[in-house]
Design a protein around this ligand. Structure first.
Ligand code: GLU
Length: 465
């Protein structure tokens, strides 16, 4: 049975990269009728952020990527939070030590600092020098009440091959890798140790994660080999990049899932967009939903080159999703989006609300644009003297259309004539009639929302102010 996982660390805001990994792991599990697991990796106490775990789950819920096993969903192979598994790591640390795959290290901070400075000065790679690698049993026994860590004994192999499901075989020279700490002096495991123990015990079959972990893969494989465990298949997804090719990191506002919510992006459009990062539909279709993606996705088809995270493209896709959404659903989304905007949310009680949404639908790329489209003028300014004159002329024209003739086709003809005779642009006419630079479609608004009296009244007012 296929079992995939994401293993986020609760160290800050929910990252869009976590959603990217979740999308792949979730979809591949679903495609194979397998299970998707969320494990919280919270052993780095210095970087722990209160509330970050809840935000991760909130984000998964928003995207509809719900897990089968986790701290909140339960499951047979838990606990699903590393800080609750310390006894398990201790047990395996002991076992690894007995297998000869690790050793206790008693080097003090002072010694390690001095070593680092010396290596730095000599322009050598900064790494642990293996001082405690060959201590005798007696030496170790006599020091066990001193602070110590457990280090991985990396075999001195020059050609060590690991396999990535996207890139194929990758060769590493293990003599260049340091004997990493597995258990810190406070008894907490490091990432490298805990991840291997947990992926094994949680019976993970496919590890799909970011490419920043490729350099750690040989260490993980060494651990699997020492324990004699079967390895999962590893796939390292390409890093998301900004259009200037820099890494999409925490510094960028749009690395935060909350930013997308606040901007009025739709979760399904974001998933579609993320699916196109490093993967493409066999028929080169750009617009597809999660169910379609699940039917097709295999991590081996990912391309290892950094895909460009182009927000303009996301906006375009989001606009497509908004346009094809049934009105009732769009209305619900908008109501939810503007729930806390007291001043504006009253608009949802208006008798014209369905019309307004219908008119705005084709012009909105994000939910956040609805407000400006129907309400606040972008640039609130009065008419210039020239516009006042034009306004009066236009008033003359529109007044001639009586109530029964106040129809879209008739108004359109009058406006076109006005444009041709006076040499003004449709943009100017839009401004004269609405007082806004842009917004909902003009003629439909004049007929369906405002009506003759209101249009003439406000045009008269603005032209005479
Ligand atoms: N805890 C790691 C992270 O925050 C997980 C890496 C992995 O998936 O192995 O990214």
């Amino acid at each position: 049975m296929v079992r995939t996982r994401i293993a986020p660390s609760p160290t800050g805001f929910p990252h869009i990269g976590t959603v990217y990994q979740a999308l792949f792991n979730y979809s591949f599990a679903k495609r194979n009728k397998g299970l998707f697991i969320v494990r919280i990796e919270d052993t780095d106490r210095a970087r722990f952020v209160e509330g970050a775990e809840e935000k991760i789950f909130e984000a998964l819920d928003w995207f509809g990527l719900s897990e089968n096993e986790s701290v909140r969903a339960g499951g047979e192979l838990g606990p699903y939070k590393q800080s609750e598994r310390l006894e398990i790591y201790k047990k395996f640390a002991k076992e690894l030590n007995e297998l000869g795959g690790a050793y206790y290290c008693f080097c003090t901070k002072e010694r390690l600092d001095a070593l680092r400075s010396a290596q730095h000065a000599a322009k050598q790679p900064i790494m642990y020098d293996g001082q405690c690698r060959d201590l005798t049993k007696e030496e170790i026994g006599s020091k066990m009440d001193e602070p110590h860590v457990l280090r991985l004994k990396i075999p001195q192999t020059q050609k060590f091959t690991v396999t990535d499901g996207i890139r194929g075989d990758i060769e590493f020279d293990l003599t260049l890798l340091e004997d990493s700490v597995l258990i810190k002096s406070d008894g907490f495991p490091t990432y490298h140790f805990a991840v291997v123990i947990d992926d094994h015990l949680m019976e993970i079959t496919h590890v799909i994660r970011g490419e920043e972990w490729i350099s750690s893969l040989p260490k993980h494989v060494v651990l699997y080999d020492y324990f004699g465990w079967q390895k999962p298949l590893f796939y390292h997804t390409p890093n998301l990049r900004n259009p200037d090719k820099s890494k999409l990191s925490k510094r960028h506002g749009h690395a935060n899932v909350d930013w997308y919510k606040d901007e009025g992006f739709l979760s399904e459009a974001i998933l579609n967009f993320l699916a196109l990062m490093g993967w493409s539909h066999p028929e080169q279709i750009e617009e597809f939903d999660l169910q379609e993606f699940i039917k097709l996705f295999d991590p081996k088809d990912l391309k290892p080159v950094g895909p460009v995270f182009d927000l303009t493209k996301l906006e375009w896709l989001n606009g497509i999703y908004i346009r094809k959404m049934p009105l009732e659903i769009l209305k619900k989304r908008l109501e939810k989006f503007y729930r806390n905007d007291r001043e504006f949310s009253v608009i949802f009680d208006s008798k014209h609300i369905d019309l307004l949404i219908g008119l705005a639908q084709s012009r909105m790329k994000k939910l956040s644009e609805f407000r400006n489209l129907v309400n606040a003028p972008q640039k609130q300014r009065g008419f210039t003297d020239e516009e006042k004159e034009q306004g009066k002329e236009l008033l003359n024209v529109l007044e001639k259309i009586n109530h029964t003739d106040w129809r879209e086709d008739i108004i359109l003809n009058h406006l076109k004539n006005f444009r041709d005779q006076n040499g003004v642009s449709m943009k100017t006419i839009y401004f004269l009639v609405t007082g806004k630079e842009q917004g909902l479609p003009l003629i439909e608004t004049m007929v369906k929302i405002e009506g003759r009296d209101q249009v003439l009244g406000s045009l008269r007012k603005r032209s005479n102010e």
